[in-house]
Ligand binder design. Structure first.
Ligand SMILES: Cc1cc2nc3c(=O)[nH]c(=O)nc-3n(C[C@H](O)[C@H](O)[C@H](O)COP(=O)(O)O)c2cc1C
Ligand SMILES: C=C(O[C@@H]1CC(C(=O)O)=C[C@@H](OP(=O)(O)O)[C@H]1O)C(=O)O
Length: 397
C-alpha cells in the first residue's frame, strides 16, 4: 500500500518525505515536482517568508536515471531560512550552561499562544513552556513535503490519463461566479487559475479577492476561503464499499482535513444534498455502446458507495483564516497567566491559493494510493497490464 511520512521543522534544516510503495519504472520529472513546489509558494497574500525560500526537491533515494526503482523514494526540501535560525533551532545540546543562557535569550520563545494555532494545546499536551516547540511542526511549512510526495504520486496517475486540478472558488466573502466556472473545462480552469494571482479562474472575482486581501492586511486581519479540486480520467471502482477504511470518499476527506487550516470537506453537492429531495440529488444511470454505463449528471461528485463512479471527482475544501493576526486577539501569557496580546512575528494574510496546490497534491496522493490498491504491481508494466485488463473487462459489461 502506498504511504508516506514527513519530518522536519519550519525553521530547521529542511523537510523530508519518504514515499513507500511506488512500483518500479515510473518516469519521474523532477522539474514538474519543482514547479508544484513553486506554485505552492506563490499566491497573493503570502508573507515575507516566501521571499527567502526557493523550494526545490533533492532526491536522496529511490530514483535512478529518471525512473523509480521500486524502493522507498526519499525527498528533501531545504529551508533557506535555516541559515538565520541555526542557533535557535540547533539539534545539538548546549555545551555549557552559559551557552544555554545565550541560546535561550536569543531563542524567540513563544509564550503568548495564538488563538487558532496549535500553540496552547500543543504546549499543554507535550509539556513545553515554549510554544516554539509546537509551532515549528504545526506550521504549514510541512506542506512543502506533502506537495513533493503528491506531485511524485501524480506522475503515476498521469501514466493512466488521470489529472488533478485545484483552484480557488472563494476568499472570505468574495465568491467566483458559478456560471463563469461552469463554462470552463478542467484544463481551462487550470490554465485560468494559473494566470490569476489568487488561483481563481473567474477574472472579475479574482480582482475582488485581491482587494479583499489588501483590506484584511490593512486592518491587521486575515482571510480563509474555499478550494475546489477536480480529478478527471478516473476509472469506476477505486475504493470499496466493503469496509470503512477502504472507502475513497472517507480517505479523501480525512487526508484533506489533515492539512493545516482545512476545516470542511464536501464531495459533489455536499451539504447542499441535505437540503434537496432525492430526485434532485442522485445521478440517473444511462448506457451507450461507446461509453458503457455513464451518468447524465454528476451531483455525487464522482463517488458512490465509497468508490469512484468514473465521473469527475469534485471536492470542495474550506480553509480557515490565518491564525497569526497583526492586530492580535487576546490571549494569556503561559506561566504568568497574565492577560496579553497573542504573539506575532511575520505571517501570511491569506494562503488559500497555496492551499489549492496542497489540496491538489494531497488528493493526487490518495488517488494514487487507491489506484495501486486496485491495480498494484511491482513494476509500472505490471500495473498497466492489470489496468488494461480491467478496462477490457468493463467494455464487456
Ligand atoms: C499554506 C498555508 C500557510 C499558512 N501560513 C500561516 C501563517 O503564515 N501564519 C499562521 O499563523 N498560520 C498560517 N497557516 C495556518 C496554520 O498552519 C494553522 O492555523 C495551524 O496549523 C492550525 O490549524 P488547524 O487548527 O487546522 O490545525 C497557514 C496554513 C497554510 C495551509
Ligand atoms: C513557511 C511556510 O509557511 C509558513 C506557515 C506558517 C504556519 O504557521 O503555518 C507560518 C509562516 O512561517 P514564518 O513564521 O516562518 O513566516 C509561514 O510562512 C511555507 O508555506 O513555506
Amino acid at each position: 500500500m502506498l504511504r508516506y511520512l514527513t519530518a522536519g521543522e519550519s525553521h530547521g534544516p529542511g523537510l523530508v518525505t519518504i514515499v513507500e510503495g511506488l512500483p518500479a519504472g515510473i518516469p519521474v520529472d523532477l522539474e514538474a515536482i519543482n514547479r508544484d513546489l513553486e506554485r505552492r509558494q506563490g499566491g497573493y497574500g503570502r508573507g515575507g517568508r516566501q521571499k527567502i525560500e526557493r523550494d526545490r526537491v533533492r532526491v536522496l533515494g529511490g530514483i535512478r536515471h529518471g525512473r523509480t526503482l521500486g524502493s522507498p523514494v526519499a525527498l528533501l526540501v531545504e529551508n533557506r531560512d535555516w541559515a538565520n535560525w541555526q542557533d535557535i533551532m540547533s539539534p545539538l545540546p548546549p555545551d555549557d550552561p552559559a551557552e544555554l543562557e545565550t541560546r535561550r535569550a536569543q531563542s524567540r520563545r513563544v509564550t503568548r499562544p495564538r488563538p487558532g494555532h496549535a500553540d496552547l494545546v500543543g504546549s499543554l499536551k507535550y509539556a513545553h513552556d515554549d510554544a516554539r516547540n509546537v509551532l515549528e511542526r504545526a506550521s504549514a511549512r510541512e506542506t512543502a513535503a506533502r506537495v513533493a510526495a503528491g506531485s511524485l504520486a501524480r506522475q503515476l496517475l498521469r501514466q493512466f490519463g488521470i489529472e488533478v486540478v485545484g483552484h480557488v472558488v472563494a476568499i472570505g466573502p468574495v465568491e467566483a461566479d458559478p456560471a463563469v466556472l461552469g463554462a470552463l473545462s478542467p484544463q481551462e480552469l487550470a490554465d485560468r487559475a494559473e494566470a490569476s494571482p489568487v488561483r481563481c479562474a473567474d477574472p472579475a472575482a479574482s480582482a475582488r479577492m485581491v482587494a479583499e486581501i489588501d483590506a484584511a492586511r490593512a486592518e491587521g486581519d486575515s482571510l480563509g476561503g474555499i478550494i475546489e479540486v477536480i480529478a478527471t480520467g478516473l476509472p469506476p471502482g477505486l475504493g470499496s464499499h466493503v469496509h470503512w477504511d477502504r472507502r475513497l470518499d472517507g480517505a479523501l476527506a480525512g487526508a484533506l482535513m489533515s492539512i493545516q487550516a482545512m476545516k470542511g470537506v464536501e464531495i459533489g453537492l455536499g451539504f447542499e444534498a441535505a437540503r434537496r429531495r432525492g430526485s434532485a440529488v442522485h445521478d440517473p444511470i444511462a448506457w451507450s455502446p461507446e461509453r458503457g454505463y455513464f451518468r447524465t449528471s454528476n451531483r455525487a461528485g464522482g463517488t458512490e458507495g465509497g468508490m469512484s463512479t468514473g465521473m469527475p471527482l469534485v471536492i470542495r475544501v474550506a480553509q480557515k483564516p490565518i491564525a497569526t493576526l497583526y492586530r492580535p486577539l487576546p490571549t494569556v501569557e503561559m506561566g504568568t497567566h497574565q492577560p496579553a496580546e497573542a504573539s506575532v512575528e511575520r505571517s501570511d494574510v491569506c494562503a488559500v491559493p497555496a492551499g489549492a496546490v496542497i489540496c491538489e497534491c494531497v488528493t493526487a496522493f490518495e488517488l494514487a494510493r487507491f489506484f495501486l490498491e486496485k491495480f498494484g504491481g511491482d513494476s509500472l508494466e505490471e500495473v498497466r497490464r492489470a489496468y488494461d485488463g480491467y478496462l477490457a473487462y468493463l467494455r464487456t459489461r
